[in-house]
Design a protein around this ligand. Structure first.
Ligand code: FES
Length: 57
């Protein structure tokens, strides 16, 4: 599916698979500071802001 979003103030359009994780998407678009930690939604290391609210990526 094709998505359009604003990533750190920059417009991004890309085609993704339905099971693409947000963390993988943002890292693939230059946001390497987003880290993978536990992968079980416990540590919060992968947190990003989505529409101004923190979410696990
Ligand atoms: S990697 Fe631990 S909550 Fe996302």
């Amino acid at each position: 599916m094709e998505i359009q979003l604003t990533l750190n103030g920059r417009p991004v359009t890309d085609s993704i698979e339905p099971d693409t994780l947000l963390i993988d998407f943002v890292r693939a678009h230059g946001c390497a500071s987003v880290k993978r930690g536990c992968e079980t939604s416990n540590c919060g290391l992968c947190t990003v802001f989505l529409d101004g609210k923190p979410v696990l990526s």
